[in-house]
Design a protein around this ligand. Structure first.
Ligand SMILES: O=C(O)C(=O)C[C@]1(C(=O)O)C=C[C@@H](O)C=C1
Length: 109
């Protein structure tokens, strides 16, 4: 027997509350994404200043020892926050690679 007509009211209620919850979660995700973008923008403002300082004093764009300390620190923070430390390391390396590219551009100017 086809139960779809009998089950429909229940399924509709479930769909409505699932889609309300999805909407709430997506609102939070959008807020978090906005915060990440604003924090990244602030970080890049700082690193641009570091780039100018390094160029003015003929310092190399990359500082691998500093990076090693940052990675160790972020991996520990990630573990404590239950975030995959390998992901945290990849994310930091991705950002730093872009910063080094900016530093190199500033040094060439
Ligand atoms: O701290 C520096 O020396 C920077 O240039 C900043 C930064 C970073 O983005 O955190 C970028 C490149 C360096 O290799 C290390 C760190």
């Amino acid at each position: 027997m086809n139960n779809s007509a009998k089950d429909e009211p229940v399924r509709s209620l479930g769909d409505a509350s699932a889609s309300a919850e999805l909407g709430r979660l997506r609102d939070s995700i959008d807020n978090i994404d906005a915060a990440v973008i604003h924090m990244l923008a602030e970080r890049f403002k700082c690193t641009q200043q570091v780039g100018h300082l390094k160029a003015a004093h003929k310092l190399p764009p990359a500082d691998p020892a500093r990076e090693a300390r940052q990675i160790a620190r972020l991996r520990e923070l990630a573990e404590n926050a239950k975030l995959d430390p390998a992901f945290a390391e990849k994310f930091l390396n991705f950002i730093i690679a872009e910063v080094i590219r900016h530093h190199e551009t500033i040094a060439r100017a």
